[in-house]
Design a protein around this ligand. Structure first.
Ligand code: H2B
Length: 113
């Protein structure tokens, strides 16, 4: 398991620091195929995971949900046939916190085809 995936989230609070600049670049380098997207004026980390059928995609969605509950940090997840789109951002700050990069790394670890 990578270093980032072993870390844990801190409590989300208004005023927590957004991840910017070099720190953001270095974190993104550890997260293959995760893209920065901007929806409704909020930056998010997003990745599409592919599966051979709905059941595998659903099982992955549940693993991500369990991770979210364990860390008290929650994603948006779009479950489709053979495909799951996961988006991470921090609602409390309307953008990206280090927690989101940690959760993206944990999400990658939960991806077992
Ligand atoms: C009270 C509780 O800690 C908060 O509502 C948490 C829950 N999960 C969360 N998840 C995410 N992604 N962002 C948050 O700001 C957030 N806040």
């Amino acid at each position: 398991m990578g270093v980032l995936a072993k870390q844990h989230c801190e409590a989300c609070r208004k005023g927590a620091p957004r991840v910017t600049g070099d720190e953001r670049r270095l974190l993104l380098e550890q997260l293959p195929d995760w893209k920065m997207v901007d929806t409704d004026g909020e930056e998010k980390l997003q990745k599409v995971f592919k599966f051979k059928n709905f059941a595998h995609a659903q099982a992955f969605t549940n693993r991500v949900g369990d991770l979210a509950e364990a860390e008290n940090h929650h994603p948006a997840v779009l479950l489709e046939y053979g495909k799951v789109t996961v988006s991470w951002w921090t609602h409390a700050i309307g953008g990206l916190h280090r927690n989101d990069f940690i959760m993206a790394a944990k999400t990658d670890e939960a991806f077992i085809v």
